[in-house]
Design a protein around this ligand. Sequence first.
Ligand code: IMP
Ligand code: MG
Length: 175
Amino acid sequence: MDKFETMISEEEIIQKVKELGAKISSDYEGESVVVIGVLTGAFIFTADLVREITVPVETIDFVSISSYEGDKSTGNFVFKKDISCDIKGKNVLVVEDIVDTGRTLKKLKELLMMREPKTLKICTAFDKPSRRVNDLVPDYNCITVPDEFIVGYGLDYDGRYRQFKDIRIVRKENE
Ligand code: IMP
Ligand code: MG
């Protein structure tokens, strides 16, 4: 059995998501936005965040580009699911669960920029900047986290633990 240690409480996450939603709403005042959640991890954050956004949300869509296995990033990407909307000329807000090495979002950003959106910004629930291997900086970030493998609030360890309402550090059996 894996053991856990709580890192971020449910209350703190809720508060930070509210604050970020207000900031995004004020930044996009007078505009509308297309929200693209990155599956699977961002499904909970996307659902919470869009309910804190007061400007018109034209479309909510999801994309899947990950090839993450266990807790190590492989660097190989497959477009498992593309969006079904046209983003040309739109304000696109990409919503991610966590930015780790930055490889996933760098690649996704490149692919989406080829479709000529009006603007493209990246919003992440959690940012682990100490692990970055490139120059990717999210435009919006709820909570900066240290270099620990975390689960909950949509984040998984081999598909599990996404349903936890708080963020926990996994202490594997053999550690
Ligand atoms: P990156 O391409 O290395 O930035 O990896 C991004 C993806 O790796 C995230 O969308 C997550 O799915 C996964 N990931 C990175 N760190 C963690 C973590 O601490 N817990 C769970 N998933 C993680
Ligand atoms: Mg992910």
